[in-house]
Design a protein around this ligand. Sequence first.
Ligand SMILES: Nc1ncnc2c1ncn2[C@@H]1O[C@H](COP(=O)(O)OP(=O)(O)OP(=O)(O)O)[C@@H](O)[C@H]1O
Ligand SMILES: [Mg+2]
Length: 208
Amino acid sequence: MRRKLGHGAFLTIEGPEGSGKSTQVPHIVRWLKSHGYRVRSIREPGCTFLGEKIRETLLSSKHKNITTHAELFLFLAARAQLVEEVILPALKRGEVVVCDRYMDSTVVYQGIAGGLGRDFVERLCAWGAHGLRPDVSFFLDLPYREGLKRSGRKDRMERKSFIFHARVAEGYRKLASGHSRRVVVINAKSDVGSVWRNIEEELKQLFK
Ligand SMILES: Nc1ncnc2c1ncn2[C@@H]1O[C@H](COP(=O)(O)OP(=O)(O)OP(=O)(O)O)[C@@H](O)[C@H]1O
Ligand SMILES: [Mg+2]
């Protein structure tokens, strides 16, 4: 049984590159607004002045040699700023916050696929985000090759090796099974409308 959600809920959307996260967010936002919620929609890394600078650095293909440790701290710094400056105040005002990627991305990309250690990175993420965990996370499950085909492998993260992306996809599945109360697995292989209908069914259960 999942928790019932309402005003002040914190939702995240997760999944490998090109799995359709940014495509589904506007549908989620529209649904929540039409059900009377005030919504704050954000994406990681970014959405603060500092976060956008860090985003530019992290995604630019000019930066060929950012180490996994450095990458971890850059993502954590962007998130720390976002949590204090944007997310916590919005939740306090009773808004529903929808975040495109959050701590599961760090645990999977740097902790599992990057080899820094799942448990250690999970603890670091919790500490860096003042313990703020999502109420629910939609994990868009798609074979990594299909996602990369959709996204076109344009930015620095997308250009990492196929082995890395395979570990990411597997990492998300492991994480989902370890957090089955929080993480809702959505089959992301079908068309945009079908994926949305699956998410909508879950939203109806969560917000009724
Ligand atoms: N269900 C779908 N079927 C086919 N194509 C899709 C589907 N969902 C999204 N797309 C397309 O795939 C591409 C990637 O989608 P999107 O940007 O939403 O993915 P993302 O998960 O946000 O990726 P990233 O991790 O790179 O931010 C876009 O061109 C989008 O139009
Ligand atoms: Mg996206």
